[in-house]
Design a protein around this ligand. Structure first.
Ligand SMILES: *Cc1c(COP(=O)(O)O)cnc(C)c1O
Length: 272
C-alpha cells in the first residue's frame, strides 16, 4: 500500500487529538503525580519542514529529531528560523562524540535527551563553552531500561553515577532528568510497562543518592503507542511522532529503524 503524505491541515488535527488524549491521561494520574503538565515533543524526524511549520502554527513548540545532520538542516532552515522563532529542539538520537560540536550550535536547542556516558557529558559540556555559548544546556541521561543490546543508554544502576558526574563536573549543563526508549510494542494486558517502572525506580535512586526531590528530575518516556500509560506512570515528557505526522516507514519496526539509522549515520561519517 502506498501511503499518501499528510497534509498541513491533517497535522493540526492530529496534534489537537494527541493533546486531548494527553489531557485525559492527566486526569487518570494518581494524586501524587498530578502536580505538573507533561510536555509534548512532536517527533518530526524524516518529515518535511512544511509539516513542522504547520504544527508550530497550530501552537506546538517542542520538536524532536534523532539524526544530527537532519536536525542541523532543519534548525538552520531560513523559513523555520523566520516562522518558528520560539521553537525548542529536543535531540533524541544516539550522539557520537565527533558530532557534539554540531549539536551544541543548533539554534533553539532545548535539550539533549540521550547522554549515556560521562565522556559524552563532558564532551558536550566542553564544546558548549568552547563554541561561545552562554548559560546552561539541558541534558537528560538516557537509560537502557530494557537491557536490549542494540539500544543505547547507560545501564539502570549507572544512572546515579552519571547524573552525579553531570551535576558536579559539568558546570555548563543542567541535569533535567532521565529518558528511556524501552521495548517497542509492549503488550499492556501484561501489566504496567516494566521500562516505565524501571525509569521510575532509577529516579528514586538518583534522588536518594544526590539529595534531589522527584520534582527536580523529569522522566522522558512514552511514544505514539504508549504515551497515555507513560503519563499515568509519571512521564513529564512524551515523544510522539507518527500519531502527529503520519507513519514514517510502514512495515519497518522501531528496532530495524534504529539499525538503519545507525547504518546511515556510519555512511555519512565516512563521506565527511
Ligand atoms: C522516533 C522516535 C519517537 C517517536 O516514535 P513514534 O512511535 O512515531 O511516536 C520517540 N522517541 C524516539 C527516541 C524516537 O527515535
Amino acid at each position: 500500500m502506498i501511503r499518501r503524505a499528510m497534509s498541513e491541515a491533517e497535522v493540526a488535527k492530529c496534534l489537537r487529538s494527541v493533546f486531548e488524549r494527553i489531557q485525559n491521561a492527566c486526569t487518570n494520574r494518581p494524586q501524587e503525580l498530578s502536580n505538573f503538565e507533561p510536555r509534548l515533543v512532536a517527533v518530526s524526524k524524516t518529515k518535511p519542514k512544511e509539516l513542522i511549520i504547520a504544527a508550530y502554527d497550530a501552537g506546538q513548540r517542542s520538536f524532536g529529531e534523532n539524526y544530527v545532520q537532519e536536525l542541523v538542516e532543519k534548525a538552520n532552515d531560513p523559513e523555520i528560523l523566520e516562522k518558528c522563532q520560539e521553537i525548542r529542539w529536543h535531540f533524541i538520537g544516539h550522539l557520537q562524540r565527533n558530532k557534539v560540536n554540531k549539536i551544541v550550535d543548533i539554534p533553539g536547542l532545548f535539550v539533549v535527551e540521550t547522554v549515556d556516558s560521562a565522556k559524552l557529558a563532558s564532551a558536550i559540556n566542553d564544546q558548549f563553552e568552547k563554541r561561545g555559548h552562554r548559560g546552561l544546556l539541558n541534558v537528560m541521561v538516557q537509560v537502557n531500561t530494557s537491557g536490549e543490546e542494540e539500544k543505547s543508554g547507560c545501564p539502570p544502576d549507572e544512572a546515579p553515577v552519571l547524573a552525579k558526574h553531570i551535576l558536579e563536573k559539568c558546570k555548563n549543563l543542567n541535569f533535567l532528568g532521565l529518558m528511556t526508549i524501552g521495548v517497542y510494542g509492549y503488550d499492556l494486558s501484561l501489566g504496567p510497562n516494566p521500562d516505565f517502572q524501571c525509569l521510575r525506580n532509577c529516579r528514586e535512586k538518583v534522588c536518594q543518592e544526590l539529595g534531589l526531590t522527584s520534582s527536580q528530575v523529569e522522566l522522558s518516556m512514552g511514544m505514539s503507542n504508549d504515551f497515555e500509560q507513560a503519563i499515568e506512570m509519571g512521564s513529564s515528557n512524551v515523544r510522539v511522532g507518527s500519531l502527529i505526522f503520519g507513519d514514517r516507514t510502514p512495515k519497518v519496526t522501531q528496532q530495524e529503524e534504529e539499525q538503519l539509522t545507525q547504518a546511515v549515520g556510519d555512511v555519512k561519517l565516512d563521506n565527511n
